[in-house]
Design a protein around this ligand. Structure first.
Ligand SMILES: [Zn+2]
Length: 490
């Protein structure tokens, strides 16, 4: 094994060995377990042979514990010293004379054993993890900054260690950067020698990882689309959190695997939009589909909502794209259309304020102290733990169905919880709880919420069906007809 000297940390202690200036180090671990022979080569290729006692093993994990600098190369993980399988681990002083078990290396692949410390460490966390973590950012102890030797509880403690968030983060980052395949460059550029995890990634490295993942996923999706005999483009636009208009572009296509053909809908990309006119949007779709290397000649469908910029016959994306691709038939998004219809029905002031009140109830109970009051009441009344209020979705009505249904189911425990909160000393919370309590006991509210629920019971099936990727059109029409008739009979 030969490594560049700069990548090897090390032993300037009692053996007065300084290998920092050397070109490489070769280790022959075939020798005796307790003695390691190290062959050092200097610039003039003059080999110097040194026999080093085991306590000063250069790749002993304990040598890395105090280092503030993360190694530059993940390959160091493979170089960390691991005793051979016939190694005689020292027994402890307990009655059972326990010792480190070799098979632990298989069960917990992050485990490293330090012969000098007779202790176990997590090599991932020691090399690339944070020094501090958890509540109050405490200095980590076993098996990161101190050797672990409590063999009796090893199994349980090792399991606990690998369930720690900081360990999982460290492991994720190591595997992500390894998968990307060029960790050295990324780490050198962005970390300038600081510890990897804790505050591991600046925005540059995060964006670089996201870009690489995006590229890989997109290539895979595009390959699938190009295998399909035809595809449809689906697009919508909305404003992101920073106020930039984004167009979301997806494709619908046939996907076959093992002679089984299915319809797939895959998201392609968000594209920032400067000009919202139909012509520009159409150009953007055209340019990006080509940029992704999708064969646009096989476009047979276009699906948008009813906004004039998208589906307007003269100015919309549709009218421009259809000139270029006459076989790409436009289909109005039915789910969106249903959404608009329900939204219109709910524009009556009483219904709108009822929706607003349900939203306030959700907001009221989103804080832990308050939600615990509700949880305790639910537990007492044997509702179980799975009952949670659902946030009123501002755009998707399918989620509002759920918010209303769950609210109605939990209305009694909610009233009890609000009454309990009204007894607290915090006046602003009491005022809020009181206001909501009055509102949800108002007969008008109760009448309205039951009306909404009755209507939603008839539309939810249709709503869900229309969002299915493989919904049959004829079946959808039957469902729509059924919902329509049912509503007429209310
Ligand atoms: Zn760890």
């Amino acid at each position: 094994m030969a490594l560049a000297a700069e990548e090897v940390m090390l032993l300037e202690d009692n053996n007065s060995l300084n290998i920092r200036d050397l070109d490489s180090i070769i280790i022959d671990s075939q020798k005796d377990d307790q003695i390691l022979e190290i062959v050092l080569e200097n610039e003039k290729s003059n080999p110097i042979i040194q026999v080093v006692p085991i306590g000063t093993l250069p790749f002993d994990i304990s040598n890395y514990v105090q280092l503030d600098v993360a190694p530059k190369d993940f390959n160091i993980l493979e170089s960390i010293y691991r005793p051979p399988n016939n190694y005689k681990f020292p027994r402890d002083l307990s009655r059972r004379k326990l010792k480190f078990q070799f098979n632990w290396f298989t069960t917990w692949p992050w485990l490293a054993y330090s012969p000098s410390q007779n202790g176990a460490y997590c090599k991932y966390c020691v090399l690339f993890g944070p020094k501090y973590a958890g509540k109050g950012e405490q200095k980590l102890k076993r098996p990161v900054n101190c050797p672990y030797r409590r063999w009796k509880d090893a199994g349980e403690n090792f399991e606990n260690h690998q369930n720690n968030l900081y360990h999982k983060n460290t492991q994720n980052i190591i595997s992500t950067l390894r998968a990307i395949g060029k960790p050295l460059k990324i780490i050198k550029e962005t970390h300038k020698g600081t510890s990897l995890i804790g505050q591991p990634f600046g925005s540059t490295i995060q964006n670089e990882i996201i870009d690489v993942c995006n590229d890989l996923i997109l290539r895979k999706v595009v390959a699938n689309i190009n295998k399909s005999p035809f595809f449809s483009v689906l697009a919508d636009e909305s404003t992101d959190i920073s106020g930039i208009e984004q167009m979301s572009l997806s494709a619908r296509y046939l996907y076959s695997e093992n002679d089984e053909v299915q319809i797939k809908e895959d998201f392609l990309q968000f594209i920032p939009i400067q000009d919202m006119r139909g012509e520009c949007l159409a150009d953007t779709i055209d340019v990006y589909l080509k940029k992704f290397k999708i064969n646009v000649n096989f476009m047979r469908g276009q699906g948008y909502d009813g906004a004039p910029a998208m589906s307007g016959h003269l100015i919309g994306v549709l009218s421009h794209l259809i000139k270029k691709y006459p076989t790409a038939i436009y289909v109005y998004c039915s789910s969106h259309s249903l959404n608009l219809a329900i939204s219109d029905c709910c524009s009556i002031p009483v219904i709108r304020s009822t929706m607003g009140t349900i939203g306030k109830v959700y907001e009221m109970f989103k804080y832990p102290k308050r939600s615990n009051v509700l949880k305790n009441i639910l537990a007492k009344e044997e509702f179980g733990n799975n009952h949670k209020l659902v946030k009123m979705c501002p755009t998707r009505w399918i989620l509002r169905h759920e918010s209303v249904a769950v609210f109605l189911e939990l209305v009694d425990p909610i009233i009890v919880a609000l009454e309990e909160i009204c007894g607290w000393t915090d006046t602003s919370v009491v005022a809020e709880a009181n206001g909501i309590l009055k509102a949800i006991q108002d007969p008008e509210f109760l009448l309205a919420i039951n009306c909404i629920n009755t209507l939603f019971c008839h539309t939810i099936l249709l709503c869900r069906a229309l969002q299915r990727v493989n919904q049959d059109m004829v079946q959808a029409l039957i469902l729509a007809e059924d919902a329509y008739n049912a509503i007429l009979q209310i």
